[in-house]
Design a protein around this ligand. Structure first.
Ligand SMILES: [Zn+2]
Length: 255
């Protein structure tokens, strides 16, 4: 049986030869930055009723209550910093050249960009933008103006409650963002899943649906239901395994 290091070396060799690479990152990527995976034990869904705070119908019904939850999320996200996993992906992008490495993320914490990565597709939205679900007005999030007051912010055009531009349950993905990421995945020589259980669709299609010409790898703590569809699986903590991948790629790239 191959050890993790052997598998990581094979993935690095594919990356060395690839013209296009896509990473697909999930909630576990940010756990070491202090952001809880909502679904895991001790996660936010043990403390809050999903249907009361994180669905689009709850927002329409009771924006006051949903905004109480948003304020907690914004306060949790304020001080977080990227971890070794984010930095390893940024390093790989710098080794290969920014235009060759793309990152589709299910996270809304902005940590890939904060670590210096570019070409990031935010499948589940961007909390730095406020938008109006009635008239589509958008504006940049301002903490003092939108988050700090006890009363939720209103759209300056139609006075509907403003909402962070993140995808709530029951809301469709931004199909332009999703389709752009999927097109990149389909022409990538290798797609690499990071710390994701592959349970949220359609997002998980970014890793699972490309043709066999795209090698599929996953770095995760535990196997997923879809491991049979992968070419490579590296089990372990991504803050340990991804830096090894970056290091091997760097060595191969020098030769
Ligand atoms: Zn409006």
């Amino acid at each position: 049986m191959d050890t993790n290091d052997d598998i990581i070396r094979m993935i690095a060799k594919h990356m060395l030869e690839a013209d296009t690479i896509i990473f697909f990152t999930g909630a576990g990527t940010s756990v070491h930055s202090g952001i809880l995976d909502f679904r895991s034990e001790g996660g936010l869904w043990e403390k809050y009723d999903l249907f009361e705070v994180a669905t689009i119908s709850a927002f329409r019904r009771n924006p006051e209550k949903v905004w109480e939850f948003f304020r907690i999320i914004y306060e949790d996200f304020q001080p977080v910093e990227p971890n070794k996993g984010h930095h390893a992906i940024t390093e790989i992008q710098q080794i290969k050249g920014g235009d060759k490495v793309h990152i589709a993320t299910q996270n809304i914490d902005g940590l890939h960009q904060k670590s210096g990565s570019i070409n990031v597709y935010e499948l589940h939205g961007n909390p730095d933008i406020m938008h109006c679900i009635r008239c589509s007005h958008e504006e940049q999030m301002n903490y003092e103006k939108h988050i700090k007051p006890d009363k939720y912010p209103l759209c300056p055009k139609c006075e509907n409650p403003l909402k962070p531009k993140v995808i709530l349950f029951g809301e469709p993905l931004d199909m332009d963002v999703y389709n752009s990421a999927l097109r990149v995945a389909n022409r990538s020589e290798i797609a690499v899943g990071v710390a994701t259980s592959l349970e949220v669709f359609p997002a998980a299609n970014i890793l699972l649906s490309p043709p066999p010409t795209t090698k599929k790898a996953l770095f995760n703590l535990t196997p997923t239901l879809y491991n049979g569809q992968l070419d490579y699986y590296v089990e372990g903590d991504i803050i340990e395994t991804l830096p090894i991948l970056a290091k091997i790629l760097k060595e191969l790239n020098k030769k």
